[in-house]
Design a protein around this ligand. Structure first.
Ligand SMILES: [Zn+2]
Ligand SMILES: [Zn+2]
Length: 253
């Protein structure tokens, strides 16, 4: 199994996960033209995408989904709450999922995990193939006991490090926006991400990818420093997903 990213952050997200026979795209926050360009950079054509899994209806995750699905006849999987017919229109093949029940897309096992975020029915995904597991965990305001338990055993983990708390407090935003981002239905801070890692089985974790970094309220080195402590004696590889360039293919062995 391998993973890559078209880009990560509040201006657009898109994560590719594939095995020999199936390639899924988790979220698509880019325009059609931009998506095709970014896929090409990763050596993939739109037709290679077997399905799109959507986490929630915020624009940075859903902006490009409907146009892509209609143009390339790509199946879309999402919760009933995430689907808004006024915004997305008719999709060629839509699967409304139960976010408490695992399902399969060809050779990939998909486990949705409900998360606390200010969207209608948000979930994140754990994707499994050949005994390996990739966890994607972004856009949540806090780690619930259920989330903690589900993500304990992953071979690769994409973990949100949205903001540095002090940078968020100092940012020139209105107070309600700061409360939203830093609140229990907002986004994970570097500190919350680090806290979550204390309970992850790091011996199994080959790759940790910190992602969905705020461009205004965080810096890659602050996020990396924050997560360093719980993974101190760890022998895996730490990556940072960028807004413009995502990250190149990472092989999970
Ligand atoms: Zn987001
Ligand atoms: Zn969101």
């Amino acid at each position: 199994m391998r993973i890559s990213s078209l880009g990560s952050g509040s201006r657009g997200n898109g994560t590719l996960i594939e095995n020999e026979d199936t390639c899924v795209l988790v979220d698509l926050g880019f325009t059609l033209k931009e998506t095709v360009k970014r896929l090409k950079r990763l050596g993939r054509a739109p037709q290679d995408v077997s399905a799109i899994l959507v986490t929630h209806e915020h624009a940075d995750h859903i902006h490009g989904v409907a146009a892509f699905a209609r143009k390339y006849q790509t199946p879309v999987y999402l919760t009933p709450g995430t689907y808004n017919p006024d915004r997305m229109g008719l999709l060629p093949e839509m699967h409304q999922i139960n976010c408490h029940r695992a399902f399969r897309i060809h050779g990939l096992g998909i486990e949705p995990v409900p998360v606390p975020h200010d969207a209608k029915e948000p979930c994140q995904y754990i994707i499994a193939s050949g005994g390996r597991k990739v966890g994607i965990l972004t856009d949540l305001g806090h780690i619930t006991p259920y989330v903690q338990q589900q993500y304990e055993q992953c071979d690769a983990l994409l973990l949100e490090c949205n903001h540095d708390v002090q940078m968020l407090l100092d940012a020139p935003y209105p107070w309600p926006l700061k409360q939203r981002v830093g609140g229990i239905h907002g986004h994970l801070s570097n500190e919350q991400a680090a806290e979550m890692l204390h309970d992850v089985e790091v011996g199994r974790l080959q790759h940790l990818i910190i992602c969905h970094l705020s461009e205004k309220n965080n810096l890659p080195h602050l996020a990396m420093e924050a997560v360093q402590e719980p993974i101190d004696a760890w022998s895996g590889t730490l990556h940072v997903a960028g807004q413009d360039d995502g990250f190149d293919w990472i092989e999970i062995v």
